[in-house]
Write a protein that binds this ligand. Structure first.
Ligand code: PEP
Ligand code: MN
Length: 349
């Protein structure tokens, strides 16, 4: 259920409704919008906790009580009355009129590689810096990432460039170490339905970039986001990164239709990852421009100073020397959709 408070409702009236819901054993999630506060009241179907019959309609400050029609409640656009969630990552906005350019290597490989890439993307106007310390590899014999040492290098790159860090958490056992460095914790496509991991990230409150599973529907993606939101963490961005289809000419099929549809279904920011979808560098620019033009709230792309020598995902990583031009083009495409880069203005050196 969704309890829409009157514009004139006081904080005490909001608190009284929350108390009423919680006394019944249900979860209360207040969302304080610019005009009105909406309280999501979520009962536990299995334990037969219901918020109907609490008499919320008649309570002081309540305008109306309406059912939330989708199975995902807190992720649904219904709950924010069309207002979009804008995240603040170290002072940089993701969502709304801001376009996030998230860039960096696939994997942290060495100090030189990480620092060079960090400087390149910072100078080109990137919003956030990506880099994997724990890597989900198809083969157990492939390089699995530098782990703790990789995290240390990410911290160093952040200290020098000031760019907030996006890095993946694969295993709950590494959560403390990853949270020391991650401004945004990435949940990889293969972990989209790792529910204990999602709930733990939810409890941490840390902003999360949730990637769509390789064969997941948008409803499944939104239900996964719900696991994070339900624990009281509102800082979730959704990420389309390509899905499995019958097409074999490229690695995955980038589902750009997911962008407007997710934005219709949900208030959460939507990011696109063209690098992992394409698996090929030459496709990253056109897909990035398309993602920006179709209204994505940002893109996450891989960049490397020497992709031919990269340990992981070399063929798809943009070359550092091409990145400033890439950022300029993406900034222009984002402007078509009414957005501006949420970092420094990119300039060509
Ligand atoms: C990544 O971004 O490093 C990655 C492995 O992506 P995905 O989980 O989408 O495959
Ligand atoms: Mn990669």
């Amino acid at each position: 259920m969704m309890i829409v408070m009157k514009e004139t409702a006081t904080e005490e009236e909001v608190e009284a409704v929350i108390e009423n819901i919680e006394r019944a054993g249900a979860l209360a999630h207040p969302i304080r919008g610019a005009r009105v506060t909406v309280i999501g009241a979520i009962g536990d179907v299995e334990q037969d906790v219901s918020v109907e019959g609490l008499g919320l309609e008649g309570q002081a400050g309540v305008d109306r009580v309406v059912p939330i029609l989708k199975p995902y409640k807190l992720a649904s656009s219904q709950i924010t009355h069309g207002e979009r969630t804008v995240l603040d990552i170290g002072g940089r906005k993701v969502g709304g009129e801001s376009f996030a350019l998230i860039a960096g290597p696939c994997t942290v490989e060495s100090r030189d590689q990480m620092m060079q890439t960090a400087r390149t993307v910072r100078d080109a106007g990137a919003t956030l810096l990506r880099g994997g310390a724990y890597k989900p590899r198809t083969s157990p014999y492939a390089f699995q990432g530098l782990g703790q040492e990789g995290l240390r290098l990410l911290a160093e790159a952040k200290a020098e460039t000031g760019l907030p860090i996006v890095t993946e958490l694969m295993d709950i056992g590494d959560i403390d170490a990853v949270m020391e460095v991650a401004d945004v914790v990435q949940i990889g496509a293969r972990n989209m339905q790792n529910y204990p991991l999602l709930a733990e990230i939810g409890r941490s409150g840390r902003p999360a970039l949730l990637k769509r599973g390789l064969s997941s529907t948008l409803d499944e993606l939104l239900m996964a986001a719900e696991y994070i939101l339900k624990e009281g963490n509102p800082n979730v961005m959704l990420c389309e990164r390509g899905i499995r289809t019958f097409e074999t000419a490229y690695r995955f099929t980038l589902d750009l239709m997911a962008v407007p549809v997710l934005k219709e279904l949900s208030h959460l920011p939507v990011i696109v990852d063209p690098s992992h979808a394409a698996g090929r560098r030459d496709l990253v620019m056109p897909l990035s421009l398309a993602a920006a033009a179709v209204g994505a709230d940002g893109i996450i792309v891989e960049v490397h100073p020497n992709p031919d020598e990269a340990i992981c995902d070399g063929p798809q990583q943009l070359r550092s020397e091409d990145f400033a031009e890439f950022a300029l083009a993406v900034g222009r495409a984002a402007a078509l959709a009414g957005k501006a880069l949420a970092g420094r203005e990119p300039t060509l050196a």
